[in-house]
Design a protein around this ligand. Structure first.
Ligand code: TXA
Ligand code: MG
Length: 331
């Protein structure tokens, strides 16, 4: 930990665990250090980063002001998987915000992330610690697979709890979820006492201008072709089984990504468990590691069950439609 904090202070990169996914961190107040993140990830320079802080007051030097709605959201959900977009202060380098006049800030709840930020003595800018376009890493091995030779140190904190990235909330024009995540629309509505909108790009390809630059990039994709199957659970499973059989007959190496509840319908077909339909949190927790496992096992055609786009299910479907390049068939 001390070595990790020292690396951050010296302007180097450190990969570290958070409660959502692993991050690739650098001193958020040092433009040169932050540039190294973009190089290591192969990330487009116009996609801004989240600045991570280790207490409520850490946000103050980074922002021009704290809007009242942001304050309420901070009090309800920090520390935790919620990122809030603020008007930025002059202290934040352009490399972090990709030249925007706003800055995204998050106070993670993971003790290792908190200790690293505290000991480094500066806010830490960090995107997910994957190579750009790949599924986010939710354990240290998956960080290593993408980042070996590109980052001097990976802090291993075991598997991440939430498994999908933080919810990104914009409050500049009423509360708007730019990226659904662990803190759900319902949880935000309850805490803020008002309707919270979800950006139209949550489940569809982006039309028009990107409010959040991350929206316009391909994401989360394994090398295998992923096809999502929609419908009532049993019909969905039968359709996935049929698509699997067709792919096998064509000489592909198919696999079904599905839930425990429907597993028996697949019989002897190659199946990888995503979790329990009745516990969508378990699916979020397993999702990215499961997508990565498809590549490791050499599957080239993945047929994946869908879940209802509600609560945590919205965050899951947001990642799945991108992994599938929006390819969805009906059950
Ligand atoms: O859970 C998480 O948020 C993880 C962990 C490491 O904290 N981080 C993460 O970072 O997912 P990244 O870079 O993969 O995603 C950041 C998202 C992108 O969609 C980006 O476009 C958006 O936040 N974002 C960053 N700054 C923004 C800003 N000023 N305005 C709007 N969106 C912004
Ligand atoms: Mg990312």
């Amino acid at each position: 930990m001390l070595a990790a904090a020292e690396l951050i202070r010296r302007g180097e990169l450190v990969a570290f665990p958070t409660e959502t996914v692993y991050g690739l961190g650098a001193n958020a107040l040092c433009g040169q250090a932050v540039q190294k993140i973009f190089a290591a990830k192969g990330r487009p320079g116009d996609n801004p980063l989240i600045a991570h802080v280790c207490d409520m007051r850490g946000v103050e030097p980074l922002v021009a002001r704290i809007p009242p709605l942001a304050r309420r959201a901070m009090e309800a959900f920090w520390p935790g998987p919620l990122t809030i977009v603020f008007p930025k202060s002059g202290a934040v380098p352009d490399a972090v915000t990709a030249g925007l006049d706003t800055v995204a800030v998050r106070f993670p709840s993971h003790p290792v992330a908190q200790a690293l930020i505290e000991r480094a003595g500066c806010p830490i800018a960090a995107p997910s610690a994957n190579r750009s376009g790949r599924p986010s890493p939710t354990n240290a091995q998956d960080v290593y697979a993408d980042m070996q030779g590109r980052v001097p140190l990976i802090l291993d904190g075991g598997a991440c709890g939430v498994g999908v990235e933080s919810t990104v909330l914009d409050v500049s024009d009423g509360p708007l979820i730019l990226r659904p995540g662990g803190v759900t629309q319902g949880m935000l509505e309850q805490a803020l006492g008002m309707p919270v909108r979800v950006h139209q790009a949550a489940l569809k390809p982006l039309e028009g201008e990107a409010r959040s630059p991350g929206m316009k990039y391909k994401h989360y994709a394994p090398k295998a072709q992923v096809v999502l199957v929609e419908g009532a659970p049993e019909a969905m499973a039968r359709r996935a089984a049929q698509l699997y059989d067709e792919a096998l007959a064509k000489g592909n190496r198919p696999c079904i990504l599905g839930t425990e509840e429907l597993k028996d319908i697949y019989g002897e077909r190659a199946f990888y468990p995503l979790g329990k339909r009745a516990q969508p949190e378990s699916i979020a927790h397993n999702l990215f590691a499961a997508l990565r496992e498809m590549d490791r096992r050499g599957y080239d055609a993945v047929f994946c069950e869908t879940v209802e786009a509600q609560g945590v299910g919205l965050a899951i479907m947001n990642r799945l439609v991108r992994a599938a390049g929006y390819k969805i068939v009906k059950g």
